[in-house]
Design a binder for this molecule. Sequence first.
Ligand SMILES: *[C@@H]1O[C@H](CO)[C@@H](O)[C@H](O)[C@H]1NC(C)=O
Ligand SMILES: *[C@@H]1O[C@H](CO)[C@@H](O)[C@H](O)[C@H]1NC(C)=O
Ligand SMILES: *[C@@H]1O[C@H](CO)[C@@H](O)[C@H](O)[C@H]1NC(C)=O
Ligand SMILES: *[C@@H]1O[C@H](CO)[C@@H](O)[C@H](O)[C@H]1NC(C)=O
Ligand SMILES: *[C@@H]1O[C@H](CO)[C@@H](O)[C@H](O)[C@H]1NC(C)=O
Ligand SMILES: *[C@@H]1O[C@H](CO)[C@@H](O)[C@H](O)[C@H]1NC(C)=O
Ligand SMILES: *[C@@H]1O[C@H](CO)[C@@H](O)[C@H](O)[C@H]1NC(C)=O
Ligand SMILES: *[C@@H]1O[C@H](CO)[C@@H](O)[C@H](O)[C@H]1NC(C)=O
Ligand SMILES: [Zn+2]
Ligand SMILES: [Zn+2]
Length: 597
Amino acid sequence: MTPRMILALNVIALLGLTQSAEWSYDGKTAPSYWKDQYPKCGGQNQSPIDLPANSKLVYDASLGKFNFTGYSNMTANSPILKNNGHTVQLDINDTSVGKTYMTGGGLVGKYVALQLHFHWGPDNKRGSEHTFRGREFPLELHIVHIKDNMTLADAKNVYDGLAVLGIFFLVDGENNTDIQPLVEALRDIRHYGQSRPLNLDFSRLMPAHVTEFYRYNGSLTTPTCDEAVIWTLFEDKITISDAQMREFRALYEKGVSANETKEPLDMNYRPVLPLNSRTVKKSFDKAIPDSWHWGYHGYEAPENWPLYYEECGRAAQSPIDIPHPNKPEMVFDSSMNLDTLTFINYDQAFNGSLSNNGHAVQIDIAPSAGLAIKNGGLPGTFRAAQFHLHWGPNDQSGSEHTLQGKMYPMEIHIVHYNEKYGSVAGAVSQPDGLAVVGFFYQVSPVPNGKYSRIVSELPKIAYKNSPKVEIPNINMVDLTHQDLRLSETRGKHLPFYRYKGSLTTPGCAEVVTWTVMEPKIQISASQIDAFREMLHITSGPVTHEDKMVTNYRPVQPLNYRAVYMSLDMKTTTGTSDASSLRAIIVIPILALWSSMW
Ligand SMILES: *[C@@H]1O[C@H](CO)[C@@H](O)[C@H](O)[C@H]1NC(C)=O
Ligand SMILES: *[C@@H]1O[C@H](CO)[C@@H](O)[C@H](O)[C@H]1NC(C)=O
Ligand SMILES: *[C@@H]1O[C@H](CO)[C@@H](O)[C@H](O)[C@H]1NC(C)=O
Ligand SMILES: *[C@@H]1O[C@H](CO)[C@@H](O)[C@H](O)[C@H]1NC(C)=O
Ligand SMILES: *[C@@H]1O[C@H](CO)[C@@H](O)[C@H](O)[C@H]1NC(C)=O
Ligand SMILES: *[C@@H]1O[C@H](CO)[C@@H](O)[C@H](O)[C@H]1NC(C)=O
Ligand SMILES: *[C@@H]1O[C@H](CO)[C@@H](O)[C@H](O)[C@H]1NC(C)=O
Ligand SMILES: *[C@@H]1O[C@H](CO)[C@@H](O)[C@H](O)[C@H]1NC(C)=O
Ligand SMILES: [Zn+2]
Ligand SMILES: [Zn+2]
């Protein structure tokens, strides 16, 4: 409890006031006590709820399209915005009731719009009433409708007397201009009881995709908590800036006595209640709705991938931080014969096919080139299909794996499929399906000439899904490390780290045997800059936000896994200084290999 809340309670106690018919969001009249005064709040079909994972949602084809009438023409109706002490509410002027209504969406008959209001919290991490797979949003809008032939008293007595649309907000860097008139009007109604007219176009508060929604039977989320609401929660979200959110928190709640309005109204959401025996339906027949795309920032960012792709939330994910050789989770096991890793045809020229898939730059490797890897503890022979790159906004970040906490500016992934599954598509569902080889890049003062052809072609594929560009006669030895060809001819290897993990992009399938190489590839800062000019968009004018400046997933917990070293790098001196360790062990070995070559 905050000092403010304690003070408020003390004032109540001192004055000997009882608030038998009052309710609030904190103290002795908080949601957990509502049922004492309002028995319906203790029912089995209460709202809000946590919207469950895909596997628990039921697709219902009869949840068709909504038809909204009058929503874009509210200005004629002079709606009134008021601070009612619990929330900010926009009431539709009585004279217009019946002109703004919705049909469809699986609802029977017409539902007439009555009012809309908001729920929010003290910071951007909470505030919504409904939650989505445990995730809270900073703001939730409710547009309340009543069945057209009913009075409010009638409507509260039937399970479908009311229909509420719920819309989640996400915090974005820029003001949402659609809600700015409402946000500015909040300044005129800071205190409980204040009101003003506001001509607001309801349709501008609706998300872009209204065909994708969740549906369940529930209740009002404030006393008297009548179980009379058909809930619709839209999958698509709308945005709000932090500055706009602050205007909601600058309102004042209902005071102890009529004109006392000292308490900020900064938390007015009811926590989620059990679903019990109810079903939550969804209007779309696919696991991932059209309105959601994965990416690397905002709501699309890696932290949210598990909300839509459950496998991204599992325990054996990639990338990882590769621990210091002296850590117990770093294992050297000579019986694994990791040092027999063999790169086949890595020095053979092939015609690469360069593309931008909106998430990364990729080069497809023609199967006829015959590039493959085998031995070295791999469960079979794995054929190379493509390589792609991950990078970041500056030279201090960009790699997916990190080495003892250190991030590199770029990382290449050479993706191979187990030849017994015939293709990447066939292998991606098999536990031993894929083997990916990763190399880190280091910034060098001079450009790496082996990359100049790729870098010079990048502008041609700047837009996502641009036609592929052929790059004839490239080879992986040039692009990675000269000594890879030693592997085949003399059975030697470059040191590497091995672990079992996943794809680092959705669906994050845990089917990858990872080989992260210790030697680094050199590339210049201006060459990396060329990758940062790639775009997420398929066409049109370009703003800074459209550039693919970040496309790496942060490291995931190692959990129970071990990481294997291809040669024993443990030291007995007790030092944990990584750079000195590499200086002692790796450099002399590389020097030896170089001299052999
Ligand atoms: C939507 O409602 C309007 C007004 O009632 C009606 O004219 C229109 O045909 C409806 N459209 C659909 C697709 O049902
Ligand atoms: C909006 O409402 C006004 C006043 O009722 C009316 O004159 C106008 O035709 C309406 N516009 C639309 C697009 O429905
Ligand atoms: C409702 O709208 C009418 C017509 O615009 C207006 O005259 C009236 O004052 C409004 N009612 C309220 C309560 O503001
Ligand atoms: C309202 O209409 C529904 C059918 O849509 C009907 O079942 C119900 O009895 C009506 N209620 C009242 C109060 O007229
Ligand atoms: C809501 O309750 C009604 C009546 O029991 C039922 O027909 C309907 O399927 C329920 N809706 C959902 C989404 O479960
Ligand atoms: C964004 O909204 C806030 C809150 O209304 C306002 O103070 C600020 O001036 C707005 N910023 C811009 C750039 O419009
Ligand atoms: C509250 O303030 C209004 C004017 O702002 C005044 O008319 C009213 O008497 C006040 N009520 C109380 C209980 O002080
Ligand atoms: C690469 O493409 C060229 C034509 O651009 C062709 O002559 C050559 O045979 C191809 N090389 C391979 C390895 O397919
Ligand atoms: Zn509400
Ligand atoms: Zn990758």
